[in-house]
Design a protein around this ligand. Structure first.
Ligand code: 13P
Length: 252
C-alpha cells in the first residue's frame, strides 16, 4: 500500500528557537494521533536540522532538508552535502522546489544530479515539479510536467523509485491562496501515474506516493486528500502554524 505523507516545507522561516517551539507545539497537537500508514515530515532550515532531529527523536515526525548539493565535498562555498545532512540524522531531502528553480536558476540537469546524489546516499527524495500559470492557460500543463519528470528522473532505475516521493506543485497555486481544485489535482496525479506506468511499469506507478502542494489549508485538505491518486500534501504557509498543520495531518 502506498504511504500517505504530509510534509511541511518551512522555507526560509523560523529561527532555531522558533523551530523548536513549533515542533513542541506540534508534538502536543499530534500526541494522540495514530500514524498508521502516514508519514509526517518537517523541513526546517539547515541551521535548525540537528536540533529538530533531536526534538523529534521520540515521536513519529521525520525531518527533511530543503535542498542539498550534488557534490560530495570540497570547494563549493555555501553548499551542504548529503554526508553533512546524514551526520546530523537527516535522510530526506526536498529537491526541485519551484522557488529553487525560479530564484536560484536550478534546472532539470542539476536536479537530476542532486537526485542521484541523494539516492546514492540512501536518502528519500521529495521531488517537486509543476507547471506555471501560463502553461496551464495554454493547455501545456501535462506536457510540461511530463518533460520535467523525464528530464530529471526517467534515467533512474525502477528500484530507485522506492525512495522517491513526487510532489506536484502547480506554481500558480504556491503561496497564492489559489489551489488546484481537487479534480484538477486528481487529473494530474492520474496522468503522472500513467507516465510512470508507461516508462516503468504499473506496479511501480501504483507504489509511488504523489503529493499535492499549493495553498493546502485546513479547510481544503480533506477534499484534496480524498482523491484516489493524491497521497498527501506538501504544505508551505499552513505548516508554520501547529494547529493548522496538525489539522491537515488529521485530514489525511
Ligand atoms: P503554500 O502551501 O504556502 O502554497 O506552499 C506550498 C509549497 O511551496 C510547499 O512546498
Amino acid at each position: 500500500m502506498r504511504k500517505k505523507i504530509v510534509a511541511g516545507n518551512w522555507k526560509m522561516n523560523m529561527t532555531l528557537e522558533q523551530s523548536l517551539a513549533l515542533i513542541k507545539e506540534l508534538k502536543e497537537e499530534l500526541q494522540d494521533y495514530q500514524y498508521n500508514n502516514t508519514r509526517v515530515i518537517l523541513a526546517p532550515s539547515f541551521v535548525s536540522l540537528s536540533a529538530a532531529v533531536n526534538e523529534t527523536s521520540k515521536v513519529n515526525i521525520e525531518i527533511a532538508a530543503q535542498n542539498m548539493s550534488q557534490e560530495e565535498r570540497g570547494a563549493f562555498t555555501g553548499e551542504v552535502s548529503a554526508e553533512m545532512l546524514a551526520a546530523v540524522g537527516v535522510d530526506i531531502v526536498i529537491i526541485g522546489h519551484s522557488e529553487r528553480r525560479t530564484y536560484f536558476q536550478e534546472i532539470d540537469a542539476g536536479l537530476k544530479a542532486k537526485t542521484k546524489a541523494a539516492l546514492a546516499n540512501n536518502f528519500d527524495v521529495i521531488f517537486c515539479f509543476g507547471e506555471q500559470l501560463e502553461d496551464r492557460e495554454n493547455k501545456k500543463h501535462f506536457e510540461v510536467v511530463e518533460q520535467q519528470l523525464k528530464n530529471a528522473l526517467f534515467e533512474l532505475e525502477a528500484e530507485d523509485f522506492g525512495n522517491i516521493i513526487l510532489a506536484y506543485e502547480p506554481v500558480w497555486a504556491i503561496g497564492t491562496g489559489k489551489t488546484a481544485s481537487a479534480d484538477e489535482a486528481q487529473e494530474m496525479h492520474a496522468f503522472i501515474r500513467s507516465i510512470l506506468a508507461k516508462q516503468y511499469n504499473e506496479t511501480l506507478a501504483n507504489s509511488v506516493s504523489i503529493l499535492y502542494g499549493g495553498s493546502v489549508k485546513p479547510n481544503n485538505a480533506a477534499e484534496i486528500f480524498s482523491k484516489s491518486d493524491v497521497d498527501g500534501g506538501l504544505i508551505g504557509g499552513a505548516s508554520l502554524k501547529a494547529k493548522d498543520f496538525s489539522e491537515i495531518v488529521k485530514a489525511i
